[in-house]
Write a protein that binds this ligand. Sequence first.
Ligand SMILES: Cc1cc2nc3c(=O)[nH]c(=O)nc-3n(C[C@H](O)[C@H](O)[C@H](O)COP(=O)(O)O)c2cc1C
Length: 424
Amino acid sequence: MDPVDVLSQPVKLPFSGKVVPNRFLKSAMTERLCTWDPDNRAECGKPTEAYVNLYKKWGEGQTGMIVLGNVPVHREFLEAAGNAIIDKTNSWDAVEAFKPVVAAAKAHGMLVIAQLTHAGRQTAAHISEHPVSASATKTPDGAMGMTFKTARAMTEEEIWDAIDRWAFASEVLYKAGADGVQLHGAHGYLLSQFLSPRTNLRTDQWGGSFENRSRIVFETLKAIRKRVPDEAFILSIKINSHDFIDGGFDEQDCTAMVERLEAARVDLIELSGGTYETSAFEHKKESTIRREGFFVEFADRMRPHLKQSVLCVTGGFRNVGPMADAITRNTCQIIGLGRPLCAEPDLPKKILERQVTGAKENVLPFQLQIVAAVLQIHAIAENASVYDVSTKEGADEIGDILQGKKASPRPESAKYPLVGSGRS
Ligand SMILES: Cc1cc2nc3c(=O)[nH]c(=O)nc-3n(C[C@H](O)[C@H](O)[C@H](O)COP(=O)(O)O)c2cc1C
């Protein structure tokens, strides 16, 4: 079949019955566009006009499934200043606050889910001096350009509270009109900290065996379903194929995980990799370069373990040939995109209308690509022209902004320093 025809095919999700209108997924990307006032935490995390406008643009761009992200469920354990927050102790009405962004993203028939997260030990020191995690461990200083305090091991009560927070946030999103939620189980965040034997040193029912390390994920899924019994509400998770660090979550864990996620009626599993300590948003092996997707070889080994849940692979895809190839080979059914949708929010539309055969090149060095993507997100949200990182001039402009030589069109709501590189 012609590659564009392959990418145009809808996919029905097995448990919710919802239909993704094409093969593209906008992967969760921290927007940092919501209210932020370190002296008034209760007022942080409210969706702003800029945030809504960003999702209006992504909705117009025809990415079949749009993942809002990342949305912390606890206002103290943020990925970054400016995150949208759904905290059960919010004094403001989160349902009303999230309705406009969900409506904007869905206006052109796309499905919208939100990535719910808790940064755990990856909460930077300037956000919280008292991070918590599965065990008392510390994210090394300098990871992602930030410093971190040693985390305190969560009590049993705190674990159940975190589970309840994920369920609460899911109900908010359901009432706000979202099609579902995605748990952030990847990239070294709290769930990933529980899953990894390197960061989970517990000896109680939440640590040790794979069953115990993954318990928090499955209890969270159960709690969400209890709060939102409507089966049409999509349950999804983003997980690592591998942490790429000794003693971390590995392929054997990932295989056990996908099988259990399917049994738990999770519609969509998004495969990624790495943590703050080991970036995985670039090729780890020569052999995947031609196929573009960083994790396609892992996905090839995971797919036979799945009979119903839909698999999405995110990372590295840029051109229609390799994207369609991953689908026709049955590596995955959905293609996740990150950085390309910051440079070109309407890339899927342009591909489906056969105006282009792939994303523009990114000539920036890898270390600058993530922070550049945040600046592009802010430019999209402000209706400004988006930095063209396919040219030397565009790349130089980003360099000038980062060195403070040039101002960037960042929305008022986002006028706090861009600490770290912004990846999550
Ligand atoms: C600016 C930016 C922010 C990101 N924030 C998140 C996030 O909040 N949650 C997440 O799971 N991944 C996040 N990621 C990772 C992307 O979702 C994606 O997995 C990664 O960029 C690889 O895909 P790509 O090669 O198409 O960019 C972020 C990436 C970028 C560029």
